[in-house]
Design a protein around this ligand. Structure first.
Ligand SMILES: Nc1ncnc2c1ncn2[C@@H]1O[C@H](COP(=O)(O)OP(=O)(O)OP(=O)(O)O)[C@@H](O)[C@H]1O
Ligand SMILES: [Mg+2]
Length: 487
């Protein structure tokens, strides 16, 4: 780390401005002589040589500046870049502690931008406390109005993002219900089928026993059952063609031996990895008179096994959805903590699964060795949601969503990429503006990226960038791996 650049502000000689000089600054033009004298006594003139730093973004805002001569630029730090926001040589422009008159709300005020002298520049400078005191004392009504404005703006922003949050939550819970409904229904269907099969098995067992099956035979059957279940667990997945061929083979074999319901059993066996060898093994192990019962017994065993794994899948899916929802909303976590970004991205993907749909392939390139970042996890999840949501909408049902993570300097970068049409050059600057949307009225509020930008840049000291060409659009979120000084 290099030493931060020093502020190069030095007092001018003589430091004091006359009332006439002060009156020539547009802010002061309507003030009385007494007022100007007071200002002259509380301020002084300072200069900064060409190229020097006048004030630094993020430092406590304790001085109010007015430009007397020279050219200055204001810059804001965005990621690694200094972005120039203003460049002016207008005499009388003011900056620095321009809000010193607002009521102290416990939040220390800092300079919102850095100021640099582009050529030798002179300023009239006043301590923030004096400036604030003067404003409140001389213009109480104006201050009320200004406070109202500032507060109103802050509240409007809060209300808007609260709205957006609620809307997002509404959409998500609808999606979640939909997602939960499928496995729940599957589990309850499988359970009632299982009940029938188990009843059938009890019945079969009774018949096998009543048929005076020798204990050795019964033993052989139970062993067979175990073998078959194991085989089913390891059964390779058959293609549709292979499965059909296998069913035909097994059906014919059982038909020849007059097994009842041969063609109902055939698909169950085929799916469970049973082949002709296996059936002949069964035939060898049991008395010919018992073959029909034995084959059905095995059939039941396979079916119950399949149903049980269906239930396991479905209930597993329910609990993974619930834990994703929990992780997503961070219901049981504190606000600011050190996190691995992948957990949040994965839970967001689960939550958005229904929106992503089957036509979109999701590709993940995760660097699992990334360091943790200091973050508000629930807020970052909103960022992933907005970016993925946009990507999915841009692809309109077909394409590839690529999520990559990697380290870059002191940052963790998360890239959300899509293969949609991209953002045209002339719109690229505007997509982060609040209410900017190209979507039909009622479909987009245009807040997704604005909110994401504020979360990443203001909330986490990071940066969001857009790189886009048709077929390859990426939003890059950079998060610092060290805590920002203000957090
Ligand atoms: N991945 C993308 N591909 C193409 N255009 C995009 C992409 N992401 C954002 N945009 C453009 O940026 C605009 C602003 O995005 P933003 O998320 O802020 O609002 P929105 O998606 O229109 O509405 P909202 O997110 O509030 O529902 C979009 O309307 C779209 O034109
Ligand atoms: Mg959006």
């Amino acid at each position: 780390m290099t030493e931060p650049e020093a502020v190069r502000l030095v007092p001018c000689e003589p430091g004091r401005l006359t009332n006439d000089e002060l009156r020539s600054l547009f802010l002061f033009e309507k003030l009385s002589d007494d007022q100007l004298t007071w200002i002259g006594e509380h301020g002084c003139t300072m200069r900064v040589p060409a190229g020097g730093l006048v004030l630094r973004e993020g430092d406590p805002a304790d001085q109010f500046f007015m430009l007397l001569s020279g050219t200055i630029s204001l810059t804001r730090r965005v990621g690694d870049d200094d972005v120039q926001t203003v460049r002016t040589e207008q005499r009388g422009v003011y900056m620095g502690a321009t809000q010193a008159y607002l009521r102290d709300d416990g939040v220390p005020r800092t300079y919102q931008a850095s100021m640099r002298a582009l050529d030798d520049a002179e300023f009239f400078v006043m301590p923030a406390a004096d400036f604030g005191h003067m404003m409140r004392d001389w213009f109480p009504m104006a201050i009320h109005l200004l406070e109202g404005l500032a507060l109103g703006m802050r509240e409007r922003q809060a209300v808007v993002s609260e709205r957006q949050r609620l809307a997002a939550l509404g959409a998500l819970s609808a999606g979640l219900m939909h997602e939960l409904n499928n496995p729940a229904a599957a589990a309850s269907r499988a359970t009632s089928a299982l009940r029938q099969r188990v009843a059938g098995m009890r019945h079969k067992l009774g018949m096998l026993a009543a048929g005076k099956v020798a204990p050795a035979q019964l033993n052989a059957l139970v062993e067979l059952q175990e073998e078959v279940i194991e085989r089913a667990a390891k059964a390779p997945e058959l293609t549709a063609m292979q499965a059909a061929d296998r069913e035909d083979e097994l059906g014919d074999w059982m038909d020849e031996r007059q097994i009842t319901g041969a063609w109902d059993l055939a698909p169950v066996f085929a799916q469970g990895g049973i082949d002709l060898d296996c059936l002949t093994a069964i035939e060898r192990k049991v008395d010919p008179g018992l073959l029909d019962q034995a084959v059905h017994w095995i059939g039941y065993a396979m079916e119950t096994e399949q149903l049980m794994s269906d239930i396991e899948d479905a209930t597993g899916r329910v609990s993974s959805l619930v834990s994703a929802a929990k992780q997503y909303s961070q219901m049981d976590r504190a606000a600011h903590q050190w996190i691995d970004v992948h957990a949040g991205i994965d839970s967001t993907l689960v939550m958005l699964n229904h929106k992503i749909g089957d036509g979109i392939t999701v590709v993940k390139h995760y660097d699992r060795a990334l360091p943790q970042v200091p973050a508000h996890p629930a807020e970052l999840n909103q960022v992933w949601t907005n970016l993925i949501d946009n990507a999915v909408q841009a692809m309109n049902g077909a394409g590839t969503l690529t999520i990559s993570t990697y380290a870059d300097d002191d940052h963790v970068v998360v890239s959300v990429g899509d293969t949609g049409p991209g953002v045209p050059e002339n719109l690229r600057k505007r997509v982060f503006e609040p209410f900017f949307t190209t979507k039909p009225v009622g479909q987009g509020t245009g807040l997704g990226l604005d909110i994401s930008y504020r979360i990443v840049v203001n909330g986490h000291g990071g940066d969001i960038r857009l790189e886009s060409q048709p077929g390859d659009t990426r939003f890059l979120v950079r998060l610092p791996v060290t805590e920002p000084p203000s957090a």
